[in-house]
Design a protein around this ligand. Structure first.
Ligand code: EPU
Length: 432
């Protein structure tokens, strides 16, 4: 298994001072549902600015398994991925356990397969490192459109000759559930109203993509989405929007290292809660023509954060912002309301010298921390990002193990941060 070695700041030095320009890559959580949406088309879709991530490759593998021809063309600015679904009618229409357990977002093929091909078979995901994460809302929503749902042997089988439009109120705000049911409704007969939907930018981006394909969706980005079903969607050419979480992660890197980094193409309109928190902590955030410039202060101030569905503070930034809180002079309170088990990074950050106490869904972070390098274990994607951030400002050397977690959502993170002055190397193989 690969590991990352990070040489932090020399003892007694104030900071590592990351400096330079960092172009933000395409968003993982926009790319994945859009890859699935290509299944709805009658011909080829071309996606540009697709980030080079293992989750994206896993989704490509799943699409091939259900019968798509998928071509990946490497280029300088992310990748281009061409997805041709014309072989799917003869395919398995199945997301098997091996795929779903590797990547939960595999369940997002369910809505498109059902809507376009009349059936889908998807392994139930079960829990994961950050919580139970059921898919009951996806299934209830698809049932509201007329799908027959059978649960057997750990799989869910869905069937519908043609879905029919309907009204569905989500009991819980869910990004994947909203995306799955919205995609299914695009090819349903008649009108669908979805209420209490997720308002994340990646939902809006998917609606934009589907409308370019010929769908009739309005209201994405608000709590209610209206969809008029159409008979056919066509393949299109589309560029994936920049990743607000990648931008947020590197913004924290700039802030804690007393750096000065221009995050090129950062989607600032989608980052208000993140930027507000950085500013509350004392970082300077300047929106410039090329993106977002973040300048780290000499002293960071404590702040409080509660994770919420968009436009609230994103749970996908909770682990990273905890490192910012740990560097601040005083006590910060961070409350996680989206996932029930998303504090796995806390014991590892404490091993690096942080003083974080968790009580239920609340973490109290007392700073300022003098992080000191040691060997730590990544447990999930965003947890591993927080360990890399702490390693950047730690005294001495930090070794982050199980970096396959970070490769799911950050494209060769060492190659991105080293040009800014970070000292990081990847070692292949070695222990767990
Ligand atoms: N939930 C249910 N029932 C459902 C669906 C969700 O109870 O049917 C619960 C979940 O257990 C969770 C909450 O609702 O407590 C929110 O889950 P959601 O469905 O919104 O999450 P997701 O669609 O599975 C996406 C992102 C996650 C991100 C969450 C929340 C993708 C591929 N994944 O997951 O990203 O944390 O939304 O914003 O878009 C990451 O990138 O690190 C990541 C985990």
């Amino acid at each position: 298994m690969d590991k990352l070695e990070i040489i932090g700041k020399p003892p007694g030095m104030p900071g590592t001072g990351l400096v330079g320009t960092l172009p933000i890559r395409g968003a993982k959580n926009a790319a994945l549902p859009i890859q699935c949406a290509a299944l709805l088309a009658s011909d080829l879709t071309r996606l540009r600015h697709v980030p080079k991530l293992t989750d994206v490759s896993t989704m490509n593998r799943l699409l091939r398994e259900v019968g798509c021809a998928v071509e990946v063309i490497a280029d300088t600015d992310g990748r281009t991925v061409e997805i041709d679904p014309r072989g799917v009618a003869q395919g398995s229409l199945e997301a098997p356990y091996e795929m779903v357990k590797t990547m939960r977002a595999s369940v997002t093929v369910m809505g498109p397969l059902l809507a376009r091909y009349g059936r889908a078979r998807v392994s139930l995901p079960g829990g994961c490192a950050i919580g139970a994460r059921p898919i009951d809302q996806h299934l209830k929503g698809l049932q509201a459109l007329g799908a027959k749902v059978t649960l057997e042997h750990g799989y869910v089988d869905l069937e519908a000759k043609r879905l029919t439009g309907g009204r569905f109120l989500f009991d819980k705000v869910t990004v994947g559930g909203t995306q799955n049911v919205m995609m299914a409704a695009t090819l349903a007969k008649g009108h669908t109203t979805l209420e209490n939907v997720a308002r994340e930018p990646e939902v809006e981006e998917l609606a934009l993509f589907l409308n370019k394909m010929g769908a009739q969706i309005s209201g994405a980005g608000t709590p209610t989405i209206e969809i008029d079903g159409v008979d056919e969607l066509r393949g299109i050419d589309h560029a994936i929007l920049p990743d607000r979480i990648e931008a947020g992660t590197f913004a924290v890197a700039a802030a804690i290292s007393r750096g000065d980094v221009l995050l090129e193409h950062a989607p600032v309109d989608h980052m208000h809660a993140i930027i507000d928190t950085l500013v509350a902590a004392g970082a300077e955030c300047r929106v410039e023509a090329g993106g977002l410039r973040v300048i780290g202060p000499e002293r960071l101030r404590p702040f409080d954060v509660v994770t919420r569905p968009h436009p609230g503070f994103p749970t996908d930034m909770q682990a990273q912002i905890m490192v910012l809180a740990a560097m601040a002079d005083g006590a910060s309170v961070i409350r996680e309301t989206i996932f029930e088990n998303r504090f796995m990074h806390v014991p590892e950050l404490n091993r690096l010298g942080a003083n974080i106490v968790v009580n239920g869904n609340t973490a109290v972070v007392r700073g300022p921390t003098k992080f000191s390098g040691t060997t730590v274990m990544a447990t999930d994607l965003r947890a591993s990002a927080s360990l890399v951030l702490a390693g950047l400002v730690a005294e001495g050397t930090t070794e982050v193990r199980r970096v396959y977690h970070i490769d799911r959502g950050y494209e060769a993170i060492e190659a991105r941060l080293c040009p800014l002055g970070a000292q990081m190397s990847r070692y292949h193989g070695g222990g767990a």
